[in-house]
Write a protein that binds this ligand. Sequence first.
Ligand code: AMP
Ligand code: ZN
Length: 460
Amino acid sequence: MAKKQRLAVNLYDSLARAERPFQPAKGATVRLYTCGPTVYRSQHIGNYRTFIFEDLLKRTLIVSGWRVKHIMNITDVGHLSSDTDDGEDKIEKEARITGKTAWDIAKYFEKEFLEDINALNILIPTKLVRATDHIEEQIALIKIIEKKGFTYKTADGIYFDTSKTPNYGALAGRDITTIRAGSRVAVGEKRNATDFALWKFAGSVEKRQMEWPSPWGTGFPGWHIECSAMSIKYLGKTLDIHCGGADHREIHHPNEIAQSEAATGKLFSHFWMHSAFLNIKGEKMSKSSPKTNITIATLRERGFDPLDFRYFTLSTHYRKPLSFSWDALDGARTARLKLVASLSKLPKRKATTDDDMKKDILAAFADDISTPKALARLWQGVKESVSRPSVLWADHLFGLNLASINIKVSIPSRIQALTDAREEYRRLKDWQKSDEIRNALEKEGWCVEDTARGPIIHKI
Ligand code: AMP
Ligand code: ZN
């Protein structure tokens, strides 16, 4: 049997700050760990920008011939309102405000997250693992770190001493001695501003719903330790790729590296990849300011399909900040629907020239997930009438779920004539007549959507 061909992929490693050729350290399986959602509120589309990027990376590896073992965590305990271990546990706080139990809140938003990623056509991780299901593993890891002399105790918990680890600031790209000396960060009992909690004592904060016994007393794990404990459990001491959003490059990931490498004495991950932020009105979209948050539910309320957002993210490289606006999303929707409509007109039989497009698209993905380049090449292919099967092949990479669309649908001439007439009434600002036609179309089972680039018609 012919040996399966595996293609080279170049990826930007945030730690080396350079693009490097990637292949898994052992065999044909990529050990991929991605930091998952904190489930105290709905995820916003900024979070989903990162999850979509990770999905595109995974699809690139799979189409390039690698197997991917992907672990993602669900943070359902320990993430405090500040990434530097201050404030209240986000889930406990939400429980206090809403009167629900912390467990119910976590369960509710985990379920919603699963529904959302399904709607965004994000491939489900090999395993989704909850922090609260791995308390034992986290305690065991802290015990090893303690035994190796990296910890100390304060009034509120067991802390990791970052001064004992070489290159602590390497990933964040900062010299931590400057943070330690003359730092403006409140250090309290911490020895260094960058030190972080491995275990927090329950008594040090308000009465908690989620707490466990431990060798250091009743409490709960610090936020960072869950990712080290669960990635080591399911993927081993050294990962091939570890991903997250750009904010994690500053605190969470340096802490994961410090504690994992202290415990195992081995390199924690060969590659680190971070997606840039989704911004809105010049600011990072953030769960803690719900007023500027846009969720998948908000998209639907405004008549968008979650896949319009997926398409929107493809137009910008994942390492560049992406600015959200409704107009830009509208443009993405128009383009996506145009792609869907073009599909039905494309030839069914493959031509040999299709392979050029397929090769170019895969090469763009394999060049550090260059989606704008890949998308432009797809459109060029569509304009040159590549075959439908070749576009569907490319969609294994883009993940726009084109195969699920009923491509046999074509718009009957009578329906098209009604749509054109309605457009004319709209141009004349005769809203009553245009609405009458819209109602008539709906009665016939067709929905018309007005976009910045003209009306789009589809079956209800
Ligand atoms: P969280 O639920 O806050 O733990 O975040 C889940 C993922 O979303 C993490 O990888 C974050 O780094 C990422 N993230 C948070 N905010 C944004 C944003 N505005 N744009 C892109 N990614 C984000
Ligand atoms: Zn993590």
